[in-house]
Write a protein that binds this ligand. Structure first.
Ligand code: ZN
Length: 364
């Protein structure tokens, strides 16, 4: 059997890590085109500029809100005019995805510096393209993973704790989905089954969030970096990134995609919807009660949604739920990696049971 494991070139993490961006970039080239989200452009970049400029010529460009083909093309032209040798990005998911796409089209190395730990996208070769109106358009799989991912945990700790919780929701799914793929020999992002390495890292990801998640949330709420916060940022970003990309996806992400059919869920972050996908997948795949207990208790403690009301769809009708389930069961969806029978009716039943369990626990 052929397995494939995908890695970023280097992963750097810690409080104050952004001060090392210049030194890291100088390994990759001498002219740096830096794409920056508005908030870090104003707050984080000015004190970094002297060190960045010591590492080479720097051209900074503000990211234009959406990761669209037009925005990627605009940035690509600017990077080429500058004679860029490296592409760097500081900011949130869409900024980082745009930089990955620009670098892939220019054939240049890319450095990614996330300012929140809300998803597992930074380490991956996956790039999500939107329309100018912000509607999901397609997923591009790029030829390679970022050359550098650098996470400054002091910056992550200063961001709202809800981002960290959302990242844990995304990370919570990683082991369940990778384990389903292991059993069913489901394909990962490279189209092959995952490796032993991917499965072991996915398991460590789950255990880290389970054991340190609540302590990390407390630290983030206080705006401070602690060992628990460091562990969880690594789980959300590196372990979950390697785990999902190399281990494969399953029901939780497919249910997430299904939930996006209901406008009520649009105020929620990716990882929050994925977390509910995990709860429904536990029902769908007939997991034992002690494990259900563990995951529900964790979601409750982290403020992740455990009921339809939490998801913003408290008034969902039978037809709404069937629409979610049908979207989750589309032929191309990763739910078919689950080693159990899958149908829209079974998924709709799992959604209802997951919500009922969440309500039962809240009423206790
Ligand atoms: Zn995800």
């Amino acid at each position: 059997m052929i397995t494939t494991t995908l890695f970023p070139g280097r992963y750097v993490q810690g409080a104050g890590a952004l001060a090392r961006l210049g030194g890291e970039l100088s390994r990759l080239g001498g002219r740096h085109f830096v794409i920056c989200s508005p908030h870090p452009l104003e707050r984080l970049l000015p004190p970094l500029m002297p060190e960045l400029e010591r590492s080479g010529a720097v051209r900074v460009e503000r990211f234009g809100r959406e990761c669209t083909d037009a925005e990627i093309e605009r940035l690509l032209v600017l990077a080429k005019d500058f004679g860029a040798e490296t592409i760097a990005a500081i900011g949130g998911g869409k900024t980082l995805d745009a930089a990955k796409a620009v670098a892939a089209r220019a054939g240049l190395p890319v450095a990614i510096a996330p300012t929140i730990a809300s998803t597992d996208a930074p380490c991956s070769s996956v790039c999500i393209i939107y329309t100018a109106e912000g509607v999901f358009s397609r997923v591009d799989i790029l030829p390679k993973n970022p050359d550098l991912v650098l996470v400054d945990t002091a910056v992550v700790a200063a961001a709202p704790a809800r981002f960290l919780a959302s990242g844990m929701g995304d990370a919570l799914a990683t082991w369940f989905e990778a384990d389903s793929c292991r059993v069913s020999r489901g394909a990962n992002i490279a189209g092959t089954p995952g490796s032993m390495t991917a499965h072991a890292l996915a398991r460590l990801c789950y255990e880290t969030v389970r054991d340190w998640g609540v302590a990390a949330m407390t630290a983030c709420g206080a705006g401070v970096v602690t060992p628990a916060l460091e562990r969880v940022v690594e789980a959300n970003t590196l372990l979950s990134g390697l785990g999902f990309e190399s281990g494969g996806l399953g029901a939780a992400h497919a249910i997430h995609n299904g939930l996006t059919a209901l406008p009520g869920t649009h105020g929620l972050y990716h990882g929050e919807k994925v977390a509910f996908g995990v709860l429904a997948s536990l029902v769908l795949t007939d997991r034992p009660l002690p494990l259900m207990d563990e995951v529900y208790a964790l979601c409750g403690a982290l403020g992740l949604p455990t009921t339809f009301a939490d998801l913003g769809i408290g008034a969902a009708t039978e037809e709404d739920l069937l629409r979610v389930a049908e979207k989750a069961c589309a032929p191309e969806e990763s739910i078919h990696n689950e080693p159990v029978e899958i149908s829209p009716a079974l998924v709709a039943a799992a959604l209802k049971a997951a919500d009922a369990e969440g309500r039962r626990r809240k009423a206790e």
